[in-house]
Design a protein around this ligand. Structure first.
Ligand code: ZN
Ligand code: ZN
Length: 630
């Protein structure tokens, strides 16, 4: 038999050869470092036989950042954890232990409840296992034999897993621990250079709350200790920047148990909101959008026409009034289609760009709510553009230009992705060809490099998504520009063409910052709360150095306000040191002092995170004006 290597060369192997045999045939070094076989996007254990003609790639310890290579390492680390748990806490029953994004976990039923100290004890035992060294052995067993084995070991969860396992059953063994497992696993434990157990949590067996509660131990592992260090550092940073903490500390947003997933915007938070809202209004007007306002609540007939009743009902809040069924809008589009249909249209009016920052409700599961990032009540900087097929490219280009104007203003690093026709779709191939070409042409004209998400478009049309990468290297989807041929047809929308015939317009859904709630949450984490002057709720705080200077401090702040800045005076009877510290806690960009030595020619100014400087009033003002420009 033969297999095909990544450089397209062919490798002759004896029949039944495994991935490890292939690695050996290439070179002893490769065989030693090999961790996994990858073939057309699927992974396979090195110990398993290859197929004739198969394309293979052998991953090694040098692929230390490859998600599949990390996956096999972390899965192997999870088995070490299970071995450790059984030894450190005799009588422990083991359940499941998969690798997950950024790490792994294992669920156990400990003989007695354990606390945080277990993490240290288990980790120490894993380190001992690593020092001793472990090798993984793999073999297949008959179902009955597998059951007998786990019954005899006193492992009821594994017995249950054998019962429900599909296909052939394989065992993996390292040390004295045997696990029911599909693999793949490392050859041995040498590549595991760093393991860290991170936390404990309760988890019901099979996620079912009527079943026993187990203890889930979370951990992570890497090929390089430096990568673990960097990861732990990122975790710390993420905690420090958690927008839920920041929005409380900075007095922006709060929540109540009485309105789960629905933010309360405090005055400071509202300042940020309104800056974004003003920006949206001004740019919309400049760019030929018109503003509309449509209802919150619609008869279920509307949602049947739009298709939401079929596809999205579980995510909607519904209610009954006078025997009629209603749903709160989760999106603005169906309402905009009704509005469009309320008047006849000629091609001369197109494109028609309808903007509405409407209140939207989505019934997200309470367990998935997460501060501002996942809410039940939100507002998007939403708009729908109705246009002719010929106008699509220019309209999409206009959206891209608008989006990048905002990114630049807010200092965001953004990349684009074009999602093309999915397998399940409505519309003809011809329509899709045309639509995808129009989106690609707009991206090219905007001069954007973009990824292609093959088959990731929505059933009603292709789309462009924009992803922002934040200061911790995390990626967030923020903008979306979606073509839709279906909704205008479902609502029977028409315009009169220059041929005097009736045509169906194309609809473009676009939201550029997305939900403002979510955007502000992301932006807080991105900046760590150090908002740029434009968005800072309080831009300048004036501190009179003592009582005697209150009046002058007030008039300085007044002057700043006259110039359009958000300025205040901290005239509390606290010490100056205390008042400086408070201004720092609120992350106020500029603190200006006023006392004996200060004058308009020489002001003492402290910039956020910087030293104290002496500048003139003129200089300060022009610096503020430049920084606050939108
Ligand atoms: Zn496993
Ligand atoms: Zn829409």
């Amino acid at each position: 038999m033969k297999v095909v290597l990544p450089d397209s060369s062919e490798l002759e192997l004896p029949d039944g050869a495994t991935g490890l045999d292939a690695a050996r045939a290439i070179g002893p070094k490769l065989a030693e470092q090999a961790v996994l076989v990858r073939s057309n996007g699927t992974v396979r254990d090195l110990r398993q036989p290859l197929d004739d003609g198969q394309q293979i790639q052998i991953l090694t310890t040098r692929d230390k950042d490859d998600p599949d290579a990390l996956y096999v390492l972390r899965h192997s680390a999870a088995h070490l954890l299970a071995e450790a748990a059984r030894r450190v806490y005799p009588g422990t029953k083991v359940a499941i232990g998969p690798p997950i994004e950024n790490g792994f976990y294992y669920d156990f039923e400990f003989p007695k409840a354990v606390g945080e100290e277990a993490l240290e004890r288990l980790e120490e035992e894993i380190r001992r296992e690593l020092a001793e060294g472990r090798e993984w052995e793999r073999w297949e067993v008959e179902r009955d034999e597998a059951k007998r084995y786990f019954e005899q070991e006193g492992e009821p969860y594994k017995v249950e897993l054998v019962d429900t396992a599909e296909g052939s059953i394989s065992f993996y063994k390292q040390g004295d621990f045997v696990d029911l497992c599909r693999g793949p696993h490392l050859q041995d434990s040498k590549p595991i250079k760093a393991v860290k157990l991170l936390s404990l949590a309760g988890a019901y067996w099979r996620g079912d709350e009527t079943k026993p509660q187990l203890t889930r131990v979370y951990g992570t592992a890497f090929y390089d200790p430096k990568d673990l260090e960097a990861y732990l550092h990122r975790l710390e940073e993420a905690k420090r920047r958690d927008h839920r903490r920041l929005s409380k500390e900075l007095g922006l947003v709060d929540f109540s148990e009485l309105a789960p997933g629905m933010p309360f915007w405090h005055p400071r938070g509202m300042v940020i909101w309104n800056v974004l809202e003003d920006l949206r209004r001004r740019e919309n007007a400049k760019r030929g959008y018109v503003e509309v306002r449509t209802p919150q609540l619609y008869d279920s007939d509307l949602w049947r026409t739009s298709g939401h009743w079929d596809k999205f009902r579980e995510n909607m809040f519904t209610l009954e009034v006078e025997g009629r069924e209603y749903g709160l809008k989760p999106m603005n589009c169906p309402g905009h289609c009704l509005l469009f249909a309320q008047a006849p249209h000629s091609y001369r009016e197109l494109p028609l760009r309808l903007a509405e920052a409407g209140n939207l409700h989505r019934n997200e599961l309470s367990g998935t709510l997460h501060g501002l990032l996942r809410v039940r009540h939100f507002v998007q900087d939403d708009a729908h553009i109705y246009c002719t097929p010929e106008q699509v490219e220019d309209e999409v280009l206009g959206c891209l230009d608008y989006a990048f104007y905002l990114y630049e203003l807010l200092g965001l690093d953004v990349s684009a992705e074009l999602s093309t026709r999915p397998e399940n779709r409505l519309g003809t191939d011809e329509e899709w060809d045309q639509a995808e070409a129009a989106l690609a042409a707009a991206l090219d004209r905007q001069g954007l490099a973009y990824r292609i998400g093959q088959g990731e478009g929505i059933f009603y049309g292709p789309k462009i998504d924009m992803h922002m990468s934040d200061s911790l290297g995390r990626s967030w989807q923020i903008s979306t520009i979606q073509l839709d041929f279906q909704m205008p047809a479902r609502f029977g929308l028409r315009y009169q063409g220059d041929d005097n015939a009736e045509h169906t317009p194309v609809m473009i859904h676009r939201a550029l910052l997305g939900s403002l709630e979510r955007f502000i949450g992301i932006y807080l984490e991105h900046t760590g709360g150090d908002l740029p002057l434009v968005l800072a709720p309080e831009q300048v705080r004036v501190l009179p150095v003592s009582d005697r200077f209150r009046a002058e401090a007030e008039s300085l702040a007044d002057d700043l306000r006259v110039h359009g800045f958000r300025a205040s005076v901290d005239e509390r009877d606290e010490t100056l040191g205390r008042r400086i510290r408070d201004a720092e806690l609120y992350k106020i960009p500029y603190v200006v002092f006023w006392g004996e030595r200060e004058s308009l020619e020489s002001l003492a100014v402290r910039k956020r995170g910087g030293d104290q400087l002496t500048v003139s009033w003129e200089t300060l003002l022009s610096e503020l004006q430049a920084a606050a420009k939108v």
